[in-house]
Design a protein around this ligand. Structure first.
Ligand code: ADP
Ligand code: MG
Length: 221
């Protein structure tokens, strides 16, 4: 089986103020991701975990190195292909659920579809199936303000899977949840990953959660 994602010597430093030596945030990071693989990214605060996810999600670019998706360098894509890569292949889950509070749970799950055109019945059906998969079938018409933090994060999971991405980038998705809700969100993430064949790259501080992934990548300062 071929990898879907490959990082080759990815380095990143941010421009520093005059007279300050730029700090190397990522120094020649290389690894590959197989379809459906569950990967934990761990490391101290400031070690570049978010920067790494941002680079894979095309929200930031490396200073050196390449990121290959199915063998092709995503930073060589033209704008249109970059948008398509982001929309069709990458799902993102943040620490905060980032739901739009004026939209219902179902509408939040459908946001990515809305961005690319009209919503069809088949999309609504899929959104409802995903809400059911995260145990929220009753909450499709609820607004974020009417749901708990754990429930909102489960809506965010459903949203991330809506476009059947090949990779989900999750940046401390349980960081603002208690351990019971954190466990539930991770369980659902793994379940959705296995039923959709989606690879997960999960940043976490929690070693128990990291231990539930198949592989661990550790960033050092
Ligand atoms: P982590 O997620 O592991 O806590 P980050 O990737 O957020 O780490 O940050 C790694 C380092 O990069 C930190 O030292 C941070 O100050 C620096 N950094 C992150 N984003 C920027 C930016 N936009 N400009 C300058 N420095 C940044
Ligand atoms: Mg971070």
């Amino acid at each position: 089986m071929n990898n879907i994602l490959e990082l080759v010597n990815v380095s990143k430093s941010y421009p520093a103020p005059d007279g300050v030596e730029p700090e190397m945030v990522l120094d020649s990071v290389s690894f590959s991701v197989m379809p459906g693989e569950l990967i934990a990214v761990v490391g101290p605060s400031g070690s570049g975990k978010t920067t790494l996810l941002n680079i894979i999600g095309l929200l930031d670019e490396p200073t050196a190195g390449r990121v290959l998706f199915n063998g092709e360098d995503i930073f060589q894509f033209n704008d249109e292909r970059q948008s398509r890569y982001r929309r069709d292949n990458i799902g993102i889950v943040f620490q905060e659920h980032n739901l739009l509070k004026q939209c219902t749970a179902r509408e939040n799950v459908l946001l990515g579809v809305l961005a690319s055109g009209k919503i069809a019945d088949v999309d609504r059906k899929r959104a409802d199936e995903l809400l059911a998969a995260v145990g929220l079938e009753r909450y499709a018409d609820y607004f974020p303000g009417q749901m708990s933090g754990g429930q909102c994060q489960r809506v965010a999971l459903a949203r991330a899977f809506m476009n059947t991405p090949s990779v989900i980038l999750a940046d401390e998705p349980t960081g603002s949840l208690d351990s019971k809700n954190a466990q539930m969100v991770i369980g659902l993430l793994c379940q959705l990953s296995s039923s959709h064949g989606t690879a997960i790259i999960l940043v976490t501080h929690d070693m128990d959660i990291a231990g539930e992934m198949q592989r661990r990548i550790e960033l050092k300062r």
